[in-house]
Design a protein around this ligand. Structure first.
Ligand code: 3NM
Ligand code: MG
Length: 516
């Protein structure tokens, strides 16, 4: 089989250790996986002797030949030659690419592990047929990996490889499984180069039914992602702030008509306020922090808010379980990294959540967004925002984080900034009373969740609708003569959210003229 004909969509790397393969036969597992749709197999075995390796290689070769799937050997050019298979996969510490090529010849398939742009470019210049880019996520399967690069690292490599004009094929590896494969492919794609597929070990080799696991994974690799993002194929999405404001009424009306579920995993302080806010904007709230419930709740057409205001070890595991469920169901998730920078525990929690799934919207104050972006130096003093950046820097931070994560990022403050990486807007609405009442930022997350649950595929349109509704309601409430301070403000705020919704549904959009 010629190197260019290989289908890398689902690339199986074997592992014979009992923890993964159990007492099952490796050739059986590989055959099942191929029946399920694996298009390329790598024999990776770091413990067997050479004679054993050659024997295993020959048995796998019998299987792969029957299905017309290439077999590569990890690291061992001698074993590949003895087995007579299609090629090898070499790591940075293995034999040099040029030597392997010399020994195996021009028709052999040679893949190289890369974790940096420099390694990738060197492998391309040396004639690698494909790159195995990783480690994407920390994985128990290979704990001595040097670099965890995330999807942003993969995208950076793809971008530079394409920029240098290389047409090398690419897969990524490390911690890829059913729950993250779709969003890994989505988030790692650079504008001019996407991955050809994913390489995985445990998601197939450790599965009770490798055929079924491969079948499901291949479906997820081939299925277009549900995540909304401006691409060449997207419908023409508005770039003008006035157009986006004009669309706000559609989102508010859609919430009213469909009453989407807003599933909140939120902190102890704001449960009641968030539930009332969901009702005021026309959504149906459920406050459930028990991750296992998400498997059912995610099927109800709503969205999830993960607000880590009360983070605990159990809570974190519950967030991750719910995040996986919503990602798999293709339903949106809003992440509110409350107090993200305040403690080491919270900084670690942010990293775990960011790695644990795709977040459709990330909303926080300046300190929180800085922490999510990865500003190690910034020690946020608490959950209160303390301003350090100027307007241009804020807009740039929000834009960069959104582009890196391929998501919508909102930074709240006297001026709010919102970006999807391509379009960045600022909003001037709101009232200082919002800063005098606890939990207003948290419940904005709830309002946004309702909007992205029903709103257009263009999530920035939905999120801006929710923000305008929220902040203009605050202005109207604060100006009421019966409001004399933060206490009376809360009640009036819920009233005005409700009133604006009713007016909008009735076709009265006068309130939108206050949009700034
Ligand atoms: N190579 P799993 S990570 C074999 O980063 C291998 O180069 C890696 O296993 C690299 O799919 C890895 O079970 C193990 O996470 C991947
Ligand atoms: Mg190696």
């Amino acid at each position: 089989m010629a190197a260019r004909d290989v289908d890398y969509s689902l690339y199986l790397v074997t592992d014979s250790t009992p923890a993964i393969l159990g007492d099952r036969d490796i050739a059986w597992a590989v055959e099942e996986a191929i029946k399920g749709g694996v298009g390329c197999v790598q024999l990776r075995d770091k413990t067997s002797d050479t004679a054993q390796l050659v024997a295993i290689g020959r048995r796998l070769r019998n299987v792969t030949l029957r299905y017309g799937v290439p077999l590569l050997i990890n690291d061992r050019v001698d074993v590949a030659l003895a087995v007579g298979c299609e090629g090898v996969h070499i790591g940075q510490d293995d034999m040099e690419l040029s030597t392997a090529r010399h020994l195996l010849g021009p028709r052999a398939i040679i893949g190289v592990t890369v974790s940096t742009v420099a390694q990738a470019l060197r492998a391309c210049e040396g004639g690698a047929d494909y790159l195995g880019i990783g480690t994407v996520y920390a994985t128990p399967t290979k704990t001595n990996t040097k670099d965890i690069i995330g999807t942003a690292g993969v995208r950076n490599i793809l971008q530079e490889v394409a920029h240098a004009g290389h047409t090398v094929r690419t897969v990524c590896i490390g911690g890829i499984n059913e729950s993250n494969v779709a969003r890994v492919l989505f988030q790692s794609a650079a504008p001019s180069k996407s991955l050809d597929g994913v390489a995985l070990v445990s998601a197939i080799m450790a599965a009770p039914d490798p055929e079924a696991a491969a079948h499901k994974l291949l479906h997820l690799v081939k299925r277009p992602p549900h995540f909304g993002w401006p691409t060449a194929e997207s419908p023409p999405w508005p770039v003008d702030a006035l157009q986006i404001v004009a669309l706000a009424a559609d989102t508010i009306t859609a919430i009213h008509k469909t009453t989407p579920l807003s599933h909140n995993m939120t902190n102890l302080v704001v449960q009641n306020f968030a539930a009332n806010l969901a009702l005021a904007v026309g959504a149906s709230p459920i406050m459930s922090s028990y991750g296992q419930e998400a498997a059912d709740l995610c099927k109800l057409g709503g969205s999830l808010v993960i607000n880590m205001g009360t983070v605990t070890p159990d809570g974190l595991a519950n967030y991750l379980e719910a995040l996986r469920a919503y990602n798999q169901a293709g339903r949106p998730v809003v992440f509110d990294p409350v107090g993200a920078g305040a403690t080491a525990v919270r900084r670690a929690a942010v990293k775990t959540i960011m790695a644990g799934g795709y977040l459709d919207v990330i909303k926080g104050n300046e300190g929180e967004i800085l922490t999510v972006f990865g500003d190690e130096k910034l020690q946020q003093r608490g959950v209160d925002s303390s301003s350090t950046l100027n307007t241009e820097q804020k807009a740039e931070l929000v834009q960069k984080l959104a582009a890196r994560e391929k998501t919508v990022v909102i930074m709240t403050g006297p001026t709010d900034f919102i970006s999807d990486g391509q379009r960045t807007f600022s909003l001037e609405n709101g009232h200082r009373y919002l800063g005098e009442v606890t939990g207003t930022g948290c419940v904005l997350g709830t309002a946004i969740s309702a909007a992205v649950a029903v709103g257009s595929e263009d999530k920035i349109v939905a999120a801006i609708a929710a923000m305008l509704h929220f902040e203009i309601a605050a202005e109207v409430a604060a100006s009421r003569s019966d409001v004399r301070g933060p206490g009376t403000f809360v009640a009036a705020f819920l009233d005005e959210l409700y009133n604006i919704r009713q007016a909008t549904v009735g076709g009265d959009l006068a309130w939108l003229q206050g949009a700034k």
